[in-house]
Every structure is written in C-alpha cells, then in structure tokens.
Design a binder for this molecule. Structure first.
Ligand code: SF4
Length: 417
C-alpha cells in the first residue's frame, strides 16, 4: 500500500506509536471492515450490492467516441450513457458536455446558486483515516466548542447574512455525543433557516432525534466506494465499517431527514469508478425515496497539517469538470455542491455549468469565525483545521461575484409551515 498519507509524530506515546505502525503495516491487526460493530443498525437494503456490482464491472477503457456521441444525443441519459461520459473517450467532448450540462442545470434550477457555510464545532476524532488532518494519530490542537461558544460563532455567521449552515464535527462519539450535536442543532435553528449536519453516521432513531432538534439534511461521504482501498485507508474506528457508512443516508431518510448528500473523496482511488458509484448511490436512492432532496458533492484531496504533499493525484480540474458535467447530464435535478477545496476561478465557472450550491465564508478550523469574519481576536481558543481551503471568499464577496457572473445567489428557499 502507498504510504504517502502517513504522518510521523514524536508526541505519541510508545504504545500508541507501536499500534499505529502495526495498523499501517500489518493488515491482520485490523478488524474486518465489512463486519458491523456492536450497536450498529443493519437495515435491509439492496442498494449497496447494486452500486458495487455496477462499479466493479465498469471497464471504462472499452468506451469510444461513438458511445460518447450517442450518449450526448440521447434525451434521457441511461446508466450505460453515463459510463461513456465518465470514460477517457469523453475527454475531447468536454465542451459539448458542458453545453448540455448547462442546459440541464438551467432547465431545473434556472440561474440560481445556493450559498451556505460550514461550522466545525469539534475536531476530536476516534478514526484513523490516513489522509485526514483530524485523524486520531495526527498531532494537532484539539478542541470542542461549548454551547456558549457555538452560539457565539453562529451569531457572528448569521450577522453576515448567511441563512444556511452545515454543522461538522470530527467523528468521536465520546467527545461529541449525540446530545451535544442535537443541542448545537437546536441553537442553529434559532439563527438559521436551513441546518445540515456532517457528523459520524448514526442509527435511524438517532437521526430522528437530530431531525427533531432541527437538522434538515445529512451529508456523509463514503470517501471511496472501492472496498479494498477503503480498507487500506480507514485503519481504525467506527468509520472502518464500510456497509454501515454506505447505509447512513438511508437511515437518515428513514429517520425523517428531508435531504441527504453523498460523495466520494476524489483522488483516493480510481476516480472514474468512484464517480460512477457516487452517482449510482444517488440514482437508486432517488428511486427508493422520491420525496427526498438528494445531492452530490465532489471533494478532491487537499493537503493537511503535517502532510503538505497530499494531493488529488490524477484528478485535475479538467477531469473534475468532466465528472461534474456527466453528473448533471445523468442526474438532471440533483443538487451539486462545490466546496472551497476548489479554486475561485474553477468555482466561478462550474456554477454556470453544473453546480448549484457553493460554500462561502469558510473555515475548517474550530472557533475562528469571529477572527475571520470580524477581524477581531477570537474570544474562544482555536482548534486546528481539517484541510487547507483554496477559496476563502466571504459571503459578501461571493454574493457579489455570483451576481457578476449573471447568477442569482439564494440564501434560503425553504419555509417551515
Ligand atoms: S475523515 Fe472524518 S472520520 Fe476520518 S479522521 Fe477525518 S474527521 Fe475523522
């Protein structure tokens, strides 16, 4: 296995260091990543099998220009057409794909672009995902905001005009329990009209509780749908259990959430297969839960603290653009979010073609919105960031830039009745 992601730390105890090295180098020291752990709910669903079987048989080298042309001429894009659009044979057709994607986006979303901001409230994590700055073996400043600090951060953000917030934590049940997240959602409901969460996957009854606390939608990234690669990258903790994570969106919808988001972290494995699996995950969920608002994200790897060398490998902006156009043509009414991992110029361009949602005023650190939004020194201590962002525009700057691109920025379109 490539060890480009591993970071060394002289701050770990000898026992911790030994365990870390064993996990990295001896696969037999790791738990079975396909076995549910105690307490994990097991739902009856065939979606994972369907997605994995399509992905595993996807041979993108067999598609040709004829297949791509045929796909672009079809009014409705089939799974087979989508595979052709993801293949290397589609690269010379990028302009045509962008024109078609733009048409589909305009048909279903007009010229709107939704704005939101993430708020990290804790960075403790019990998992060892080797590519992530929050992983339990990375030596960073950890912290968890108190309810008072969370409210303060929310106030600062809402005073900027933002109406939608995404609450994030690292994945630590012991440090950021369900009640802690639930209370944060209750507070968020006071200041925002849309509340999303991106936290560790939980059981259906816990999603129901979080929904009652005010959460509207749930984002869970599968990171990679390649189970073998997943096993090599998620060495310890609850996140190691591949099927439990895969079924999180279904449990969230069963628990009453209005919407969910799926994604792979492009660059971790073969990005064409991961893109196929991400979109099929959405496709089958749309058919099973037609009432749900379902969206896709498209994050790529970014450098982290103590490992600046991490990068998205062969997924350059051109490849990312191809993936996003293919998503739009295959799933015309699916929301697509592009995060601040991407550059300002890429985001300005892609919102006119395929993306419908974009973050602004982003910080992936803990407790630093006050300093970033107002320029004042933060009143709470700050915890380190999960990864480096690429586009740091404020809400005001983003609103101005989106308007200048001829788009209509939308802060919220939902009314509670
Ligand atoms: S990706 Fe999530 S679960 Fe994994 S180490 Fe980072 S914060 Fe923890």
């Amino acid at each position: 296995m490539e060890n480009q992601y591993f970071v060394d730390s002289d701050k770990l105890s000898e026992a911790a260091l030994e365990k870390k090295h064993r996990l990295e180098n001896d696969p037999s020291s790791r738990t079975d990543h396909m076995e549910y752990m105690e307490g994990m709910e097991h739902i009856k669903s065939d979606i994972m099998d369907k997605v994995l079987s399509e992905m595993n048989s996807f041979d993108y080298s067999r598609y040709t220009a004829v297949d791509v042309n045929r796909a672009l001429n079809h009014e409705v894009c089939s799974v087979e057409d989508f595979k052709a659009l993801l293949s290397p044979a589609a690269a010379p057709f990028l302009e045509k794909m962008a024109a078609r994607a733009r048409l589909e986006t305009q048909k279903h979303f007009g010229n709107t672009v939704y704005l939101f901001t993430p708020l990290y409230i804790a960075n403790y994590c019990e998992n060892y995902c080797v590519y992530c700055g929050f992983n339990c073996y990375n030596d960073i400043r950890r912290m968890k905001l108190s309810m008072e600090q969370i409210e303060h951060e929310m106030k600062v953000i809402s005073e900027s005009g933002m109406e939608e917030i995404l609450i994030l934590t690292g994945e630590s049940r012991s440090k950021s329990g369900i009640e802690y997240i639930g209370e944060a959602c209750r507070l968020a409901r006071k200041y925002f009209r849309m509340v999303g969460i991106e936290v560790y996957p939980v059981n259906t009854d816990e999603y129901r509780y979080l929904h009652e606390c005010g959460a509207d939608y749930v984002t869970v990234f599968q990171e990679t749908y390649d189970s073998t690669r997943y096993e090599q990258l998620h060495l310890m903790g609850h996140k190691r259990v591949f099927p439990y994570r895969f079924e999180a969106q279904e449990r969230a919808l069963m628990g009453g959430m209005r919407g969910i988001a799926c994604s792979a972290l492009l660059g971790l494995s073969d990005f064409r297969r991961d893109a196929l699996a991400s979109a099929l995950h959405v496709y089958y969920l749309q058919r099973k839960y037609p009432q749900a608002e379902i969206s896709l994200s498209c994050p790529r790897l970014r450098p982290i603290i103590n490992n600046e060398a991490i990068n998205p490998l062969d997924v350059h902006e051109k490849e990312l653009c191809q993936v996003l156009c293919a998503y739009r043509i295959f799933l015309p009414f699916c929301g697509i979010t592009v995060s601040s991992r991407e550059s300002e110029s890429f985001r300005n361009g892609i919102v006119k073609i395929a993306a419908t949602k974009i973050s602004a005023g982003v910080s992936t650190g803990i407790g630093d919105h006050e300093s970033k939004y107002t320029g004042k020194e933060s009143s709470s201590a700050e915890g380190d960031e999960q990864f480096e962002i690429n586009d740091s525009r404020s809400l005001t700057a983003m609103y101005r830039d989106m308007s200048a691109e001829g788009l209509q920025p939308v802060l919220n379109d939902y009314l509670y009745v």
